[in-house]
Design a protein around this ligand. Structure first.
Ligand code: NAG
Ligand code: NAG
Length: 255
C-alpha cells in the first residue's frame, strides 16, 4: 500500500493522539511524597480507555484483579488525603514494565467526574482479589453544575481523595477512577481510567462503612452515573445532574 504525504501526516497525528489519549495513575502522593511508579499501585497492562463497566476490569483496571507483581503498602492516616498522580501510556514498552518517575509536565486531558472506593482485605493485600465488600468514600463532581472539577483546562495531574476520619484501621485496596464523559449520546462511550493502591489506614476510626457493593457488579453500562446522556459532557448552562453527581454504585460513606 502506498500513502500520500497527507495520509502519512494523518496516520502520524492519529498515532500521536492515541499515545496521548490514554492515561493511568501509577503513583501515589502521601504527605507530599510522590511514590515510585508501581510502588503502591497494582500495575495495569494498559492505560487505554476501559469500557468494561460490569466486568472484571472494572475493579482495578486491566489485568489487575490480582497483582501482576507484588507491590508495597502505603500508610495513610484516616482523615488525611491520598493523591493519585497521572501518567501517559508508555511508548515502545509494556505498561507494567515502565518504572519511570512521575513527570509533572504531563497533564490530564479529559473532563469528567472522579470517584474513590475502599475494600478491606481479610489478609495480605498482595493476596487479595478484591472480592470482598467495597464502599465509596468520595466523588468529585462538577461543583458549579457546569465544569467538571477534574478537567483538562486546569492542567491538573493529581487527583486527591480524603479518607473519612471514621474509617477503621486496616489494610485496604483503594480504587481511584476518573471518567471521560464523552460528548454525544453514544451508549457505552464513557471511558473509565482506573487504578488501585494498596494502603494501610491508620488511626482509631470506629465507623461502620456502608452501603457496600462488589466489583464487578457495582455498575452497569446503563447506570445514570456512567452513561450521561447527550449534552451532559459539555453543558452550556449549570445542571443539577452534574452538580449533584453521585456516580454509579452506592452512595458515598462519609463516616
Ligand atoms: C491482559 O493480559 C494478557 C496476558 O498477559 C494480555 O494478553 C492482554 O493483552 C492484557 N489485556 C490488556 C487490556 O492489556
Ligand atoms: C492534589 O494535591 C497536590 C498536593 O499533594 C496538589 O499539588 C494538587 O494540585 C492537588 N490536585 C488538585 C486537582 O487539586
Amino acid at each position: 500500500m502506498k500513502f500520500s504525504v497527507q495520509q502519512y501526516l494523518f496516520l502520524l497525528l492519529q498515532g500521536l493522539h492515541q499515545a496521548n489519549s490514554h492515561y493511568g495513575f501509577p503513583y501515589t502522593v502521601v504527605n507530599g511524597v510522590v511514590s515510585k511508579r508501581w510502588e503502591y499501585i497494582r500495575a495495569t497492562t494498559s492505560f487505554a480507555p476501559n469500557y468494561d463497566y460490569s466486568g472484571p476490569q472494572s475493579m482495578c483496571g486491566f489485568n489487575a484483579t490480582t497483582p501482576l507483581f507484588p507491590v508495597k503498602t502505603v500508610q495513610v492516616a484516616a482523615g488525611s488525603t491520598i493523591g493519585f498522580a497521572a501518567s501517559y501510556m508508555a511508548d515502545n514498552r509494556l505498561e507494567e514494565q515502565d518504572f519511570s518517575d512521575f513527570d509533572p509536565a504531563f497533564k490530564m486531558y479529559h473532563d469528567g467526574p472522579a470517584t474513590a472506593y475502599l475494600s478491606k482485605a481479610p489478609g495480605e493485600l498482595n493476596d487479595y482479589k478484591g472480592d470482598g465488600e467495597w464502599f465509596k468514600i468520595a466523588v468529585v463532581p462538577a461543583s458549579d453544575g457546569l465544569h467538571w472539577d477534574y478537567r483538562s483546562d486546569i492542567k491538573m495531574n493529581i487527583m486527591n481523595f480524603t479518607i473519612p476520619a471514621a474509617t477503621p484501621p486496616g489494610k485496604y485496596l483503594f480504587r481511584a477512577e476518573h471518567l471521560n464523559v464523552v460528548n454525544g449520546a453514544t451508549y457505552k462511550a464513557t471511558e473509565m481510567f482506573i487504578n488501585c493502591a494498596h494502603i494501610e489506614v491508620t488511626g482509631s476510626g470506629a465507623g461502620t462503612p456502608g452501603p457496600v457493593t462488589h466489583f464487578p457488579g457495582a455498575f452497569n453500562a446503563k447506570d445514570s452515573g456512567i452513561w450521561l446522556p447527550n449534552g451532559l459532557a459539555k453543558p452550556t448552562q449549570p445542571m443539577d445532574e452534574l452538580k449533584n453527581w453521585q456516580g454509579a454504585g452506592p452512595k458515598v460513606w462519609k463516616g
